[in-house]
Design a protein around this ligand. Structure first.
Ligand code: FES
Ligand code: FES
Length: 141
């Protein structure tokens, strides 16, 4: 049917009541920071993870997004999904899963892509820092 496309209630929920908004100290060695932008619209997303060094588990996550409602909702979902998971595990989170969860329309797919990219960037940042500390044989992706 040609009904107007309204945002799914989950988008509205995550937009009105975003989870885990905030910042960690990016110089903290247990923190990985992913900062990504969408060239098309200029929106910017920062997603950070806090990692337990011994287990590689993400114990906390937060975000700050300067962008549209779908980007804010996507980053909010992303922080919920990465918490309590292994770093390797979250690398396989796909923007399409986030988009599906939020029922984003096709024109809003790139907003969820920001979240996927930000997760990956945060993990890579953490690994790069960790490697620099010389503590382990982790490969820097
Ligand atoms: Fe929040 Fe699913 S509605 S992560
Ligand atoms: Fe660009 Fe949503 S419109 S991130």
């Amino acid at each position: 049917q040609v009904l107007p496309r309204f945002y799914h209630e989950r988008v509205v929920d995550h937009y009105n009541n975003p989870r885990n908004v905030g910042s960690f100290d990016k110089n903290d060695p247990t923190v990985g920071t992913g900062l990504v932008g969408a060239p098309a619209c200029g929106d910017v997303m920062k997603l950070q993870i806090k990692v337990d060094d011994t287990s590689g588990k993400i114990v906390d996550a937060c975000f700050k997004t300067f962008g549209c409602g779908s980007a804010i909702a996507s980053s909010s979902v992303a922080t919920e999904w990465v918490k309590g998971k292994q770093m390797e595990e979250v690398l396989s989170i796909k923007n399409t899963e986030i988009a599906k969860h939020l029922s984003l329309p096709p024109v809003k797919l790139h907003c969820s892509m920001l979240a996927e990219d930000a997760i990956k960037a945060a993990v890579h940042d953490y690994k790069a820092k960790y490697a620099k500390l010389g503590s382990a044989e982790e490969e820097v992706a």
